[in-house]
Design a protein around this ligand. Structure first.
Ligand code: SF4
Length: 702
């Protein structure tokens, strides 16, 4: 007999688990003996009323009994609950003691791409004004840095998708490079499915035949790490068949001549050998894309998370520019952001080199503008620091002594994980702001309990560059506080109250609007009211009567001369990329599974999601497995130069025989980032998560 529902409450919100930011409602029903929850989709122009399995179960971690609800201080190796007053006092004493002895930069800040826009903004201000440290960076470095740098350099602006998602159905050919949207952003898939029904040709470039690749008319199953070379092959063939837009090249680009010269030194045979993709397939791809009127290219972490990720993405942007397929309806570029606020999180100053509004921390005019908004002297603003992984190196070198982590789990998300764990262990003082005890939190001296998406209101910028208001009305559990409140309270005890006196999150947003005014990511025209009443607004939106900018580059690019930049890219854009060898004869590539998000801290607490993928695995071709004596569904040791992990074998004919795949959502002995090298892209400082050389053995063999 079903119990009578005594009360019902509905929380309007957005799914916290990816950049689609699908709108949804969580319904709380109370009966005499229990409280139950269900999640229902809510219509909006981006997700069109869809939710994937993650969204449908996203309420589960919020209600989990393991939520941290009180500040925890480590004493004799154990965490004990303390009051906020005491926690703040300890933080003040520690930060000030360390900064007095070693200087301001001895305290560092590490942020996350899932924070709201307001919290991303405030974290950057907190580092530069409250702590006055140059050391701040965030996990988005591992997410968007290659694509963002490439788009900035090529077009002068970085916004995830240069046009509307709905234009996917208005294009003729789509190239998807290193993006498994079917598993990572499932609610975007219908756009591509409908396009295909309309006759759009889809080309997928990926070492694995993913669920996304199954949709393709042509799948180029390249060797991991050879994306830049593959793009060169396509460019060369496009030139050969003259499938280029000479008018666009002449009127709207620079650098075409250099590209032509460079391509003359590249042979298709070399591209075929490097990529492992047959000449006929390359030719077919070039013909499909080049001969169509309209085309779009999407990239994601598969191509970007490499030590030449920046150059590889630029080479795909070269394809758009020489074919003139950008800045028109049904033509454009999309970097499919992974993190919930991967777009907004990179616009407001969490990055080492950046101030709000995508301003540069090294530009005098930008520094003066932001110093004025913040009410400080320009010379008081710190200079540029280093990237997320490089902060770990600064800890080992003794330059950083303390770290304040908000919304991130660096031990699972950084490469060379054991080195990162040792770094956190070495700190004199580590603070972690989190909902759960993460792998990194275990090494903290102090943990501050924060709120979830159902409790924390704010704005998020989705993968389209659409800024959306996320309401939140669920009461804060226990003594948890919102991230923005925590930052204000810490700033206050550090004596910086005058710069952090906000009463509401809207107050923070209003300051962010002013800080972004005139910058690339201009939010000035977006009032809270406009965002609350509508379906969100695309930036740039420079005035309150501006409708927002849906399609970019229709008339001009954002460089001073209004033209885009083509550059030559070598086949081997990074010679440090790991090669397979006799000792480590297989390529390892990493990625996501549908049921988990980032380092798994939240999704591993959801019973429904954890049940779908309770542990990590290594996807391996059955013929490769047989060669190495590995049965299906057994524990396997996977080893690289850095270390070894143990994961369960999963046979699949969808992966190249020279490659294995392991997802990155688990820590400890299943942490695949223990196998990944510390080499970084020289331009954007992205680690090479997508290519490592490994060997595999059945567990009983070692
Ligand atoms: Fe939507 Fe992404 Fe959440 Fe799935 S994980 S419901 S696609 S926001």
């Amino acid at each position: 007999v079903q119990e009578k529902i005594q009360s019902e409450k509905t929380y309007q919100t957005q799914c916290p688990y990816c950049s689609m930011q699908c709108k949804m409602a969580v319904v709380e029903q109370k009966s005499a003996t229990k409280t139950s929850y269900k999640t229902i989709p809510v219509d909006n122009p981006t997700s069109e009323g869809r939710l994937c399995v993650k969204g449908l179960n996203a309420h589960q971690h919020v209600m989990h009994r393991d939520r941290i609800k009180q500040p925890l201080l480590k004493s004799d190796g154990k965490f004990i609950p303390v009051s906020w007053e005491y926690a703040l006092q300890v933080m003040k004493d520690k930060f000030q003691e360390i900064q007095m002895e070693y200087g301001n930069d001895a305290v560092s800040v590490y942020g996350g791409g899932s924070l709201t826009n307001e919290e991303s903004y405030l974290l950057g201000k907190f580092a530069r004004v409250a702590l006055q440290t140059k050391y701040i960076d965030y996990n988005g470095r591992f997410c968007m840095s290659a694509a963002a740098t490439a788009a900035n350099q090529a077009f002068g602006i970085d916004r995830g998708i240069t046009n509307r998602l709905s234009e996917i159905e208005q294009t003729d050919c789509i190239i998807l490079v290193g993006t498994n949207i079917a598993d990572c952003q499932p609610t975007i898939m219908p756009y591509f499915e409908r396009a295909k029904e309309n006759g759009t040709k889809i080309i997928v470039i990926d070492p694995r035949e993913t669920a996304t690749a199954k949709l393709a008319d042509l799948h180029l199953q390249l060797k991991p790490g050879t994306d830049a070379a593959l793009a060169n092959g396509l460019l060369k063939l496009l030139l050969e068949v003259k499938a280029i837009d000479e008018t666009f090249i002449a009127n709207r680009t620079n650098g075409f001549g250099e590209l032509v010269d460079h391509l003359s030194s590249i042979t298709i045979d070399d591209v075929v050998e490097k990529t492992g993709v047959a000449y006929e397939d390359l030719q077919r791809a070039a013909n499909l894309f080049g001969n169509e009127e309209r085309g779009m290219i999407f990239t994601a972490r598969g191509v970007e998370q490499q030590t030449d990720g920046y150059m590889a993405v630029r080479n795909f942007l070269n394809i758009l520019m020489i074919t003139g397929k950008i800045g028109k309806i049904g033509c454009g570029y999309g970097a499919i952001t992974g993190q919930a606020n991967g777009q907004g999180g990179r616009e407001h100053g969490q990055k080492a080199d950046q101030l709000p509004g995508y301003r540069s921390i090294e530009n005098q005019e930008h520094r003066e503008y932001i110093a004025n908004v913040w009410g400080v002297k320009e010379e008081e603003l710190p200079r540029k620091g280093v990237s997320a992984y490089e902060m770990m190196e600064k800890i080992h070198e003794g330059e950083i002594k303390a770290m304040f982590i908000m919304g991130s789990n660096p031990i699972v998300s950084n490469p060379n994980a054991t080195y990162v764990k040792d770094a956190l262990e070495k700190l004199s003082f580590l603070v972690s702001v989190d909902m759960f005890m993460s792998e990194s939190g275990k090494h903290a001296d102090l943990i501050l309990p924060t709120t979830s998406y159902l409790e924390d209101e704010g704005t998020m910028t989705n993968l389209e560059g659409r800024v959306m208001h996320r309401p939140a009305s669920k009461e804060k559990p226990g003594q948890t506080k919102h991230d923005w409140e925590i930052l204000c309270e810490v700033a206050k005890v550090l004596g910086k109250e005058e710069h952090f006196s906000y009463s509401t999150v809207e107050d923070v947003f209003n300051e962010l609007r002013v800080a972004s005014r005139g910058g690339i990511a201009d939010y000035y025209g977006m009032t809270y009211q406009r965002l609350m009443e509508g379906d969100g607004l695309f930036w740039p939106c420079p005035s309150v009567d501006h409708p927002g900018t849906e399609t970019l580059f229709e008339k001009e690019f954002h460089h001073e001369d209004k033209r885009s930049r083509i550059i030559p890219v070598t086949n081997e854009a990074d010679f440090r990329k790991e090669r397979v060898s006799e000792k480590f004869p297989l390529y390892l590539t990493t990625g996501r599974v549908m049921s988990h998000y980032l380092s798994g801290v939240q999704t591993r607490k959801s019973a429904a999601l954890a049940a779908r993928d309770v542990e990590s695995h290594v996807q391996i071709h059955p013929e490769t497995a047989s060669e190495y004596g590995i049965d299906e569904n057994v524990l396997v040791c996977v080893e690289s130069q850095r270390g070894r992990i143990i994961v369960r074998s999963q046979y699949s004919k969808n992966i190249r025989k020279d490659t294995v795949f392991i997802p990155f959502h688990w820590g400890d002995s299943q942490n695949v980032n223990d196998l990944i090298s510390n080499e970084l892209d020289p331009t954007c400082r992205m680690p090479g998560f997508k290519v490592a050389a490994v060997t595999v053995s059945a567990v009983d063999q070692f």
